[in-house]
Design a protein around this ligand. Structure first.
Ligand SMILES: [Zn+2]
Length: 158
């Protein structure tokens, strides 16, 4: 399970000093990073405006889980790159680019990419002018996080 929060921009959040994953009190800082695009207007095929938002802040993980998520992220992104490289390599030798092989390989690469983006213990997304969304995968940590930030966050989990 996971908890989702709507966070007003401006105030700093308090992160209880425990590993978000296992609760260990020996922690180092890990970085949550998110970016999103808003206001993409395409009337009559003309791009009018794009606003891009990025946001990053530290949150606590124990050294073991920091290493684990770094390795997981590298492995997933590497798999995406390997598949992209293989497809590029096969571009000339297998000219039928609509074959099942291409579709399956692209779908697998997409799954690895989505996992790399969504699996981390803390995730930032839907960043806007005045708020952003925050997802904490551990319910136990999320409870402590809610207690540490009264009035600053709104739980959006159903
Ligand atoms: Zn941990």
């Amino acid at each position: 399970m996971a908890q989702t929060y709507k966070v007003e921009k401006g105030g700093a959040l308090s992160w209880p000093r425990n590993c978000v994953v296992c609760g260990s009190s020996e922690v180092v800082a890990e970085k949550a990073y998110g970016s999103s695009v808003d206001n993409v207007a395409l009337p009559y095929g003309v791009m009018l405006s794009i606003s891009e938002y990025t946001l990053s802040f530290p949150y606590p993980l124990c050294p073991a889980h920091k290493r684990f998520w770094l390795a997981t992220r590298i492995a997933l992104y590497s798999l995406v790159l390997v598949i992209a490289f293989l497809l590029a390599f096969l571009f000339e030798t297998l000219p039928d680019h609509t074959s099942v092989l291409w579709v399956v390989a692209a779908a697998v690469a997409l799954v690895f990419y989505v996992l790399a983006v969504t699996l981390p213990p803390v995730r930032v997304y839907r960043i806007r002018d005045d708020y952003y969304m925050l997802r904490i995968r551990s319910d136990g940590y999320a409870r402590d996080f809610e207690r540490a930030n009264p009035g600053k966050i709104r739980n959006r989990s159903v």
